[in-house]
Structure formats: C-alpha cells, structure tokens
Design a binder for this molecule. Structure first.
Ligand code: UGA
Length: 437
C-alpha cells in the first residue's frame, strides 16, 4: 500500500517506520522541518528503544521517506492522521487546532477511493464531524477512526504487534471499503492472529478514552490505598501483590508511587471530562476528577515526605532527584511527576539537582531554573537526600554502599517502591517508600 502519515511525533514517527517495516511505501509528513531532516537522516528526534535501528533498516529499503510538504501525501491510498491533541491552556478540553489544521491541509491531496484514518486521541464526535467535511469535498473518499494504544518505551513493539485493532467505520459500502484497506495495511499482524474489532465512530473514539481512563483509575486506586497504608502502617506493595493475584484485578498498573504523568493519561482524562460535560453526561465521569486529585496529591505528598526526611526544613538542603522523564525508557518530560516535584522542592528553598539518562535536554527546556547533572555519581555527591522518582534500571541498580560513598546524609525516598527497604536500612540508610512502613 502507499501510505502517508501526517504528524511525526511519538506516535507518527513510529507508525511511519513500522508501516514501512510491514512492507508499505510510506511518506511521513510534519510541519517541523528540523524533525523531518532528522528522520530523513535516520535519527529519531526523541528517545524510543528500537526506533533508530528500525529507521535505519527501513530507510535503506527506500520504502520510507519524510517530507515537510503536505502535497507529498498525494498518491497515497491511506492517510493516517497522527498529530497531537494537547490540553488547552487554562482548560480541561483538548486543543483540536493541530488535528483540524492537518486535516484541512490534507484535503487538497485526497483522491477518489482514498481512506483517511484518524489515530490521534480526540473528543468523541470528532470523527463524525471530519467525515462530514470529507464527504463535502471528496464524496468518493472515506474516513475511518483507528485509535492507537502504544506505550512510549514499547512503541515499536506495540505498533507491530498490538493487543488489538479497533476500526471505527461508517455504515454501508464506505465502511466495507475502509475495512478492506485497513486489513491490507495490517495484513501481517492480522494474519498472526491480532484481534480486530469493528465499531462505529463514537465507540472507536470512546474505546481510547475509556482505556486511558481505566489505566489512570487503576493507578490512582492503588495510590489511594497507599494513603491509607501510610496512616495504618500497612504495606501497599504487599497489598498490590495480593489483590493482583486475583485474575479479575491483575497486578499490572498497580504500582503505587509518585503517580501518572506524560503526554497522555493526565490530559486524556481531563479532555474526557470536558467532553462529557459538553454532552450533558458530566456526572458519569465525576470520579475522574477524584482520580486526577489523588494523582496530583501524590506529588505534594512527596514534597512533604522529603521535608521530613531532611529534618523538617527544605531550606538550603541539597536534594538529588533521580529521573526527569515521566517514566523510564522515555525522554518525554510532559507533565512529569519527577520534574514537578523537583520544581516544587526548589521553590521551597531546596537546592535541587536532577539527573536522568535521556531526558536532561528536554527537562532543561521546561525547567531551566533547576540544576542538571548527567553523571549519576556527581549528581549524588554531597546530597542531603536522594529521591528516586523515575525507575530507570540504572537507579534500581544503585547499591546502598555505592550511594553512601557519594552523599553527605544517608536519606533516600523511593518514589516508585523499587528498592529493597531492608537492604538500605541495614546499610544505615533512612529509607522512605510510598505507602510502606
Ligand atoms: C499510555 C497508555 O498506557 C497507552 O496504552 C496509550 O496508548 C498512551 O498512553 C497514549 O494515550 O498514547 P504512556 O503515556 O506511554 O501510555 O505511559 P504509561 O505506561 O501508561 O504510563 C503512564 C504513567 O503512569 C507514567 O508516569 C507511569 O510512571 C505511571 N504508572 C504506570 C504508575 O504510576 N504506576 C503504574 O503501575 C503504572
């Protein structure tokens, strides 16, 4: 198939490379010329394990090209819309400017029989609106909605071998044509047994909103349990293991800690609440407000725990924050709990140094007032407290002995509950976890 991918961020760049890997001829298009130059040269503009190797491999085949001109979408049979839908400034709702702009520019390149496939996370109702506009301009083209469920850090694997495909389709012949095109695009994973669900537009859009809401709820649930554990002396990690053994609950996404961040879960639950409000169904989602509040409260709690850890006052205390990315194996710092905690500590008078294996450049752009140090040992030197806030493997592997040689006081806050409390305490550390005695 000849495919265009509009938007080459975390979603689009990976999608474009993976579609070429599946054997298609792909053009990736983005308005950011610097990004396009990087991608065309085989360099991933962000850290994503496996992507540089994949780019190199597929660029060599000649099946993948990048362009900053939307006119280059012409000739493709299937056009994937992969642009971002960030939170609007000062509001909960999603900012649809980028989707709308990309879609309207793309209209000039559409030909009869083309299929436009939305992958961006959008408010329910968007697909129907765009389908109407498409029908006005190009009655012989069709729109499908095919939400994406990839996780950063596993994006290549999640795109090539997803858990499922969801096709949001119009009824009748147009829907059949779109399904046939998508089946051809995904023929390799489909023939390997990946399930495929067909739905109407609204259901497909809601699947994505519901999936991220459920994941966020699961994390906030266990963080609420951590709050209760903290006042009862119970251990939330054992609690999670025990309830997680029930298949109906499952252990995944039950790690208590500093809460969820990133470019998806926080803004997606807010956009979902905003959209439900517009549709008069706000009551159905009031629980997501609580999910959000619990999540925000975790960050404040870590600031308070740190104050106690360093003896009651943050003023002039040297704090080393291990991790800036919103999760390991990513350089994404959007709504990163680690950075928001670091900034709050600094605001309250602490002297904060942040380290991260991949995310320092991005963090520096967002929080230039913080100090950054790439070398782990140097970052820990003379610290009054270490805060492990993003669970990179290199931080999980730190031993109490090696850290003791660097710091000035043996205080550690394990914001992701990934260290062995007994080992650290035996080595003379003042260890504090989240929701652990
Ligand atoms: C999330 C979803 O997991 C994907 O399925 C979805 O496609 C994507 O959003 C999206 O909408 O594009 P992602 O943002 O990459 O993916 O990150 P997650 O792995 O979901 O982690 C989100 C946050 O939750 C991270 O800050 C992570 O540290 C935190 N988390 C995760 C916890 O605090 N506890 C857990 O048990 C799991």
């Amino acid at each position: 198939m000849r495919i265009s991918v509009i938007g080459c961020g975390y979603l689009g760049a990976v999608h474009a490379a993976c579609m070429a890997k599946l054997g298609h001829e792909v053009v990736g298009i983005d308005v950011d010329e610097r990004k396009i130059e990087e991608l065309q040269a085989g360099r991933a503009p962000f850290f994503e394990p496996g992507l540089p190797e994949l780019l190199e491999e597929v660029l060599l085949t000649g099946r993948l090209k990048f362009s900053s001109s939307m006119a280059d979408a012409k000739g493709a049979q299937v056009h994937f819309l992969c642009v971002g839908t960030p939170q609007r400034k000062g509001e909960y709702a999603a900012d649809m400017r980028y989707v709308d702009a990309a879609f309207h520019t793309l209209l000039d390149s559409i030909e009869p029989g083309n299929v436009v496939v939305g992958k961006s996370t959008v408010p329910v109702g968007t697909a129907a609106r765009l389908a109407d506009e498409l029908a006005d301009r190009h009655p012989a083209a069709v729109l499908a909605w095919n939400p994406e469920f990839l996780r950063e850090g596993f994006a290549v694997k999640d795109t090539l071998t997803p858990d499922r495909f969801v096709y949001g389709l119009p009824s009748g012949q147009a829907g059949v044509a779109a399904a046939t095109a998508l089946d051809e695009v995904y023929s390799v994973p489909l023939s390997a047994g990946t399930p495929r669900l067909v739905a109407d537009y609204s259901t497909a859009e809601l699947v994505k909103a519901a999936a991220n809401s459920f994941l966020a709820t699961k994390i906030s649930f266990i963080n609420a349990m951590a709050e209760v554990c903290e006042v009862t002396g119970a251990d939330v990690t054992v609690l999670a293991d025990a309830i997680g053994m029930d298949d109906r609950i499952g252990r995944k996404f039950l790690n208590a800690g500093v809460g969820f961040g990133g470019g998806c879960l926080p803004k997606d639950i807010r956009a979902f609440m905003a959209r439900a409000g517009e549709l008069g169904a706000d009551q159905a989602l009031t629980f997501l407000r609580e999910v959000d509040d619990i999540n925000v409260r975790r960050r404040l709690r870590v600031v308070e725990l740190t104050r106690v850890l360093v003896g009651g006052s943050l003023l002039g205390k040297r704090i080393t924050v291990l991790g800036a990315a919103f999760k390991p194996n990513s350089d994404d710092v959007r709504d990163s709990p680690a950075l928001s905690i670091a900034a709050q500590l600094q605001l309250q008078g602490a002297d904060v140094t942040v380290t991260d294996p991949e995310a320092i450049a991005g963090a520096q752009r967002r929080f230039p007032e913080l100090m950054y140090e790439a070398d782990l040992t140097t970052a820990m030197t003379k610290a009054d407290a270490l805060l492990l806030l993003t669970e990179w493997d290199e931080y999980r592997a730190i031993t109490p002995e090696s850290a003791a040689a660097a710091v000035s006081s043996k205080n550690i806050l394990d914001g992701r509950n990934v260290l062995d409390p007994a080992a650290w305490r035996t080595a003379g550390w003042n260890y504090k976890g989240i929701g652990r005695p």
